[in-house]
Design a protein around this ligand. Structure first.
Ligand SMILES: [Fe+2]
Length: 228
């Protein structure tokens, strides 16, 4: 499986171009607003973008998913809990999306947002903002966020093997994160501060204390990302 990270340096957002090496069938996951970078990268790698996929409803930046899918006339796939009001294909819990001979397995991992999903392809996991390098995604956009995130991480993500390469949707100093753009589950299991808590109660406390303010205008951003 080809996994190409496409960072947006000004905002620390990470998009992904993933492709099946034999059929050259590809998908873009969590595209930011500049469609040209995805088209250029696909052309360079000889890949054909056949799907656009979101891990969750973004609250901190405008998504380019709908515009990219419409421009390419390909389906857009959103988590089954997505509040999006525009036409889309729904990704169910534990469903599989084919990309040529390869497939993505979808796991519902709420906490950062209620609709959040993680996509596993071979030994790679596109974890969105569920798990980040050295920490986890903020979980204060809705009341049950911290508890949902606990179950998503401890009951689902950490069931995957240590060798799994973790690809997050944010990186770098813009988000108070290291410059590392990916990690492994084994490394995070040992060194991630949020994962070393002793109990669910400790984790919930950790998620509720000392986080920076929510992104400015997050309600409007979320509204625009889901409008018809
Ligand atoms: Fe997010």
């Amino acid at each position: 499986m080809i996994v190409r990270q496409i960072p947006r340096i000004e905002t620390g957002c990470m998009s992904y171009l993933i492709g099946d090496p034999s059929s050259r069938s590809a998908a873009v996951v969590d595209p930011t607003e500049e469609p040209g970078v995805f088209l250029d990268e696909a052309r360079t790698l000889g890949l054909r973008i056949e799907r656009v996929i979101e891990t969750h409803t973004h609250q901190d930046h405008l998504s380019g998913a709908k515009a990219l899918a419409v421009g390419l006339q390909v389906p857009i796939h959103l988590p089954f809990k997505s509040p999006a009001k525009y036409p889309h294909e729904t990704i169910a819990e534990n469903s599989r999306l084919r990309l040529g001979d390869s497939e993505l397995r979808a796991i519902h991992t709420p906490g950062h947002t209620p609709d959040h999903m993680t996509y596993v392809l071979g030994d790679a996991a596109l974890v969105g903002d569920c798990l980040l390098v050295g920490t986890v995604g903020r979980a204060d956009f809705y009341p049950a966020g911290p508890e949902d995130l606990y179950h998503s991480i401890f009951d689902k993500i950490l069931r995957l093997s240590d060798e799994v390469v973790v690809y997050p949707a944010h990186y770098g100093p813009h988000h108070g994160l290291p410059e590392d753009r990916f990690t492994t589950l084994g490394k995070e299991r040992r060194f991630n501060e949020a994962l070393t808590v002793k109990s669910k109660e400790d984790f919930i406390r950790y998620m509720m204390e000392g986080w920076p303010p929510k992104p400015s205008g997050w309600r409007e951003i979320s509204e625009r990302n889901t409008s018809a």
